[in-house]
Design a protein around this ligand. Sequence first.
Ligand SMILES: Cc1ncc(COP(=O)(O)O)c(C=O)c1O
Length: 395
Amino acid sequence: MAYTAMKEFLQDELDGIRDSGLYKNEKIIRTPQGAEVDTSSGHEIIMCANNYLGLADSAEIEDAVADGLKTHGFGMASVRFICGTQDIHKELEEKITAWFGTDATILYSSCFDANTGLFETLLGPEDTIISDALNHASIIDGVRLCKATRKVYKHNNMNDLEEKLKESRDSRFRMIATDGVFSMQGDEADLVNICDLADKYDALVMVDDSHATGFLGPTGRGTPEKQGVLERIDVITSTMGKALGGASGGFTTGKQEIVDILRQRSRPYLFSNTIAPPVVVGTTKALEIIQTRPALRETLHENTRHFRNQMNELGFNIIAGDHPIVPIMIGDEKKNVALANAVNAQGVFVVAFSFPVVPRGEARIRVQMSAAHSRDQLDYAISVFKQAGEEQGII
Ligand SMILES: Cc1ncc(COP(=O)(O)O)c(C=O)c1O
C-alpha cells in the first residue's frame, strides 16, 4: 500500500524531469572505452570521457591486470582492516606517496568516498570548512556529513575567501576545500593565493585534484604541481577513474597523522570494501606509465591546444584556458541540445549539459580531449561542429 502512494509521487517526479528536458539517458557502449567506440547509435568518436591519457584500453594495463588476476584473485570479500589488505594495496599506496612526495596515502573505492570520508573524520563542531561554490558534489556531501561550520566562498574569489576566513577566526581548525580543476569549467583553483591566505589565517588546504592528477604539471602531479605549491597543500584527494586508467578507486594523500586517523575512523574506508585486486594492479601499471611516458601528457596538451584554437577561430564561445576540458558555451538549453544532437548524428559523441548540473542559461557542451585522439579524429569533430554550428546560427 505504502508503495502505491510513493509510485505515483515518483512517476510525477520522473515526468517532471522528462518535461524539463533533464532526463538522462544512458547510451550503451559495446566496445572498450577508447578514442572511438561502438554504441547503440553506431561507430563514434568519443569526446566526453575523462580518459585524458587514453589509458582506459591500454594493452599493457590489460596484460598487467590479467597477471594480477592470477596472482591476487578477483575480490577480497572484506574491508581493509579485517582481511581486505593485500601487498598490492600497500604497494600502490606507497607508490602514490612517493610520487607526490607526501607522508602517506590511503586508498578508497572511489574519490567520492575519499571526500565523504574526509571532513567528518578530521573536523568537528569547533571547526570551520570554507568551500568553493563550484566544488564537486562529493566535497559538498562530505562537508554536509561533518559537524563543522560550513562557509561557501564565491567561485575562485579570493576576497570572499578572505572574508570567510576573517569570519571564522574563533574556530579551532579551519580547512579550505577546493577542486584543483572545476569539472564544468575546466578552470583551475587559484592555489597560490589560496595557500597565501591559508598561511595568513592559519588554515589547512584540501584539494580534490580528480581532473588533473596524471596530466597537469611538469610530471603530472596535478594542479598543485603546475602552480608550484605541491608541498603547501595539506590534503590531496583524487580518483583512479579518470587519467589513471579510468577504472575506479580514489585516494587521499598528505600528512602522516591525517592518513593514520582516516585509517582508524573514516567511515567509507572502515565500512566498505576497497579497490578490487585487478583494479589495484591495473592502476599501479597506469601510474608507472604516467611516470615514465611524458609523451602522453604532451600529446594531450597538443590536442587541447589544437582543438581550442580551431574552435575559437570558428567563433565558438569557449571558456578560456588550457585544460583538456573544453566547455563550448551555448547558453540556451534547447539550442544546446539541438547542437549536441546534430554533432552526435555525425558520429561525434558529446553530451549537452544544462541545469541543474550548470546554472540556468549557461547550457554547454563539455568536450574533453584525450591523448588517444588522433589529429584526423579531432579535425573531423571540428568540421562536424562547424557545420552544425553554422546550420543552427551559433557561429
Ligand atoms: C572533482 C571530482 N571529485 C570527485 C569525483 C568522483 O570520483 P570517483 O568517480 O572516483 O568517485 C569526480 C568525478 O566525477 C570529480 O570530478
